[in-house]
Design a protein around this ligand. Structure first.
Ligand code: 4NP
Length: 159
């Protein structure tokens, strides 16, 4: 099983901490927490050390989902220690792929767009909710609940 997962967005205060929290929530419901290491990171470093955006935390809390993470920036070592890196948008994907390219063969993590695991949307990117209204945070959670379910189903089927 690919059991070490890293969710990545730009700031690591909205989308990737939400993905981490949603995935952890689904693991807990299924009693699978011990089989996975789950973390999140940003390609940018502006918000390092901060908790997830309060709008994202409040929207998640309404669904019974806690977002425990503190922002950090992705580092080269992540491409060795994680099995699978899930990116939220096309910029994140390019940035992580380029970091992997710089590292060469030691970068063993697979890198996949998060919404490649979604089944209820034709979107390929999780929209950045940071500068928008409340509906954007709900849309992020809807997309991530769908994609996390698809991701977990696939990982379980490979176990
Ligand atoms: P995230 O959202 O990448 O989903 O965490 C953002 C958070 C902050 C900024 C941009 C996107 N920012 O420009 O500060």
């Amino acid at each position: 099983m690919n059991d070490r997962l890293l969710f990545v967005c730009l700031g690591n205060i909205c989308r990737s901490p939400a993905a981490e929290g949603v995935f952890l929530h689904q693991l807990k419901i299924q009693g699978l927490e011990k089989q996975f290491v789950v973390d999140s990171a940003g390609t940018g470093g502006w918000h390092v050390g901060r908790p997830a955006d309060s709008r994202m935390r409040n929207a998640a809390a309404q669904r019974g989902i806690l977002l425990p993470s503190r922002a950090r920036q992705i580092k080269a070592e992540d491409l060795q220690t994680f099995d699978l890196i899930l990116t939220m948008d096309a910029d994140n994907l390019l940035n992580v792929q380029s970091l992997a390219g710089e590292l060469g063969q030691i970068a063993t993590a697979r890198i996949k767009p998060m919404l490649s695991y979604a089944s209820k949307t034709s979107l390929q990117e999780v929209p950045d909710p940071y500068y928008g209204g409340d509906a954007g945070f709900e849309e992020v959670l809807d997309l991530l609940e769908d994609a996390c379910k698809g991701l977990l189903d696939e990982l379980k089927s490979q176990a």
